[in-house]
Design a protein around this ligand. Structure first.
Ligand SMILES: [Zn+2]
Ligand SMILES: [Zn+2]
Length: 160
């Protein structure tokens, strides 16, 4: 049986990447993403079942019908403002499991500039293959981003 999944960030032309980077960065990604998901889930009163950090090739995140959230380990290399976007996007799929106007309304009422962040991410996807080096460039380009600098993490990853 095919599970209904919602996908964020679909790349049409994928090529295989070594799993090494995933194994190296998986736990760091988990320790960054999980508290942030918990933070927003609590703030918005949204529940979920469990979080998995995966080496996804076609999405940054997904949410299953049962309420399991999956995130790409590559979110570790995301600018914080775009990482938050992906996290809040997937959490809002707990409310609406598609990309209908109801979903966008749920999302933009919680993250006011969600559409702008979605555009930025889509633009990046269109112009770059999402390699780690491209993501590092994207991260560097957000060094003076006010939204990014406003985001304070308990477990800082300032070494990226
Ligand atoms: Zn989605
Ligand atoms: Zn930013």
């Amino acid at each position: 049986m095919r599970k209904a999944m919602t996908w964020l960030g679909i790349f049409k032309k994928g090529r295989r990447r070594p799993a090494t980077a995933y194994l190296v960065h998986k736990e760091a990604a988990r320790s960054l993403i999980v508290p942030r998901v918990q933070f927003f889930a609590q703030q918005f009163g949204i529940t979920y079942r469990r979080i998995a950090i995966r080496n996804t090739r076609r999405s940054w995140g997904s949410c299953s019908e049962k309420g399991n959230l999956n995130f790409s380990y590559k979110l570790l290399f995301f600018p914080p403002c775009l990482r938050d976007y992906v996290i809040v996007h997937e959490l809002c799929h707990r409310l609406v499991l598609n990309h209908s106007p109801a979903f966008w309304s749920a999302l933009t009422s919680r993250l006011l500039d969600a559409r702008e962040r979605a555009r930025t991410l889509r633009q990046f996807e269109r112009t770059h293959y999402p390699s780690l080096s491209a993501l590092r460039q994207l991260l560097a380009s957000h060094q003076k981003c006010e939204k990014c600098t406003a985001i304070i993490y308990d477990n800082s990853t300032s070494d990226f």
